[in-house]
Design a protein. Structure first.
Length: 418
């Protein structure tokens, strides 16, 4: 394949490079990079929504947005929330920063591995971070009773959980989270980061946001970029009782949200049916992708309720080498987890994507892990993804996607099926 990519971009820094950095670091004629690194909804926004954004591009770039209160009220109207209990931020990481500065005074407990800003942000401001290890032998599942004992033993004043957790996708049922909130009413703050909760299909109502709005010490954090497929806009929100939400809302800059965020928020109400349909499609893709990954000999695949899947490579295989190989030979961008506390370079986090993209990932994984030489995979059936604009079905979004066809199957050398 002609062209090259600067692999140093993948090897330097504590975070994966941006898509723009990868494009700048690539030269020659290459296939477009398929992004299995950044967790983003591939089915939303719709083509019609993108066309609407293009039509508004000049105004979006030329004019100031409304203040954040105006945008927040519209979001709350769409999602059925009380604006007094909501504060919006320029991405969930901005809200993590404000929570740390305003509400974490001395110590915070956090299970690891998890989203790095929950450990890095308080460490940067001199707080004590009590890290509770999630065990691989237990599938990285969080045991609530054990975590509460850990918090009591350490004397932590703030507790955090991510549900589903990142990078493993582990999910705690709503009743378990509520039980934890009931047991930790004496803490300064309990934070439930629900950045990936929209992708959960284990139960029809997974969030504890309704609890946060009426409890004295609970904050629920939400990301909009991940579930709405728009990381570049940088918008998110938190839900808590009016006193906490008001404290955060009064601290963030008045114009902390940009015009792109405003235009999208005011478009959402007309497109919620397509959005719910996109979640059903992604849920189906996750189930299929997990099944395909488990067909690869030696690869450990962890259960997930997020829009990503954690895998562990067999002994003797290194995720850094595989990451570089997939990018250089297949133009596939994956997240190697060696720099995440609680994991090693044997782990990869793979974002759930449509089947056509997974084909390329599976061929790359097979050639690296199983094949003595690079094989040519024979596609013996294909997958059709329905047009999202074609009458997405109303009703509860967790209903099965009956119209989807079977997953693609690959006949690889030696008779193996991926």
């Amino acid at each position: 394949m002609s062209g090259s990519v600067d692999l140093a971009l993948l090897r330097n820094g504590a975070h994966s490079p941006s898509y723009f950095a990868l494009k700048r670091g690539s030269s020659g004629h290459r296939r477009e990079v398929v992004d299995f690194c950044i967790p983003c909804n591939p089915y939303f926004p719709t083509k019609d929504m993108f066309e609407g954004l293009r039509e508004n591009l000049v105004d979006v770039l030329k004019y100031y947005p409304s203040d954040s209160d105006t945008i927040t009220k519209e979001l709350c109207s769409t999602l059925g929330l009380n604006p007094a209990t909501v504060a919006m931020g320029n991405g969930s990481t901005e809200l993590i920063t404000w929570i740390d500065h305003l509400m974490i005074r001395e110590s915070v407990a956090i299970p690891v591995p998890t989203f790095g800003r929950w450990t890095d942000q308080p460490l940067e401001t001199g707080k004590r971070v009590d890290m509770y290890p999630l065990l691989e032998t237990q599938g990285f599942r969080l045991d609530i009773e054990s975590y509460i004992r850990f918090i009591r033993e350490r004397g932590s004043r703030v507790a955090v959980i991510c549900n589903p957790n990142n990078p493993d996708g582990g999910y705690l049922a709503r009743h378990e989270v509520i039980r934890m909130l009931d047991r930790l009413t004496d803490l300064d703050l309990v934070i439930v980061d629900e950045s990936f909760i929209e992708f959960v299909d284990a139960e029809p109502y997974a969030s504890v946001a309704d609890q946060a709005a009426i409890r004295p010490n609970v904050v629920v954090l939400k990301s909009l970029g991940k579930n709405f497929g728009l990381h570049g806009i940088r918008f998110g929100y938190l839900i808590s009782n009016p006193a906490i939400a008001g404290k955060i809302r009064n601290s963030v800059p008045k114009w902390n949200l940009n015009s792109f965020a405003e235009v999208v928020v005011f478009m959402l109400k007309e497109h919620m049916q397509e959005y719910q349909h996109s979640l059903r499609l992604l849920s189906h893709d996750r189930e299929t992708m997990i099944r395909q990954l488990r067909s690869l000999t030696g690869l450990t695949v962890f259960p997930s309720q997020g829009n990503f899947i954690l895998v562990k490579l067999p002994p003797g295989k290194d995720g850094r080498d595989l990451r570089d190989y997939l990018m250089a030979e297949h133009s596939v961008f994956v997240r190697e987890c060696g720099n995440k506390l609680g994991t090693t370079s044997q782990f990869l986090r793979l974002v759930v994507r449509p089947h056509a993209d997974v084909q390329r990932l599976m061929i790359g994984l097979y050639t690296y892990l199983c094949a003595p030489s690079v094989p040519q995979a024979e596609v013996i059936s294909t997958h059709h993804t329905p047009d999202l604009r074609a009458n997405p079905r109303p009703g509860r979004r967790r209903a099965p996607v009956q119209q989807l066809e079977a997953a693609p199957v690959y006949r690889l050398p030696g008779g193996n099926v991926a």
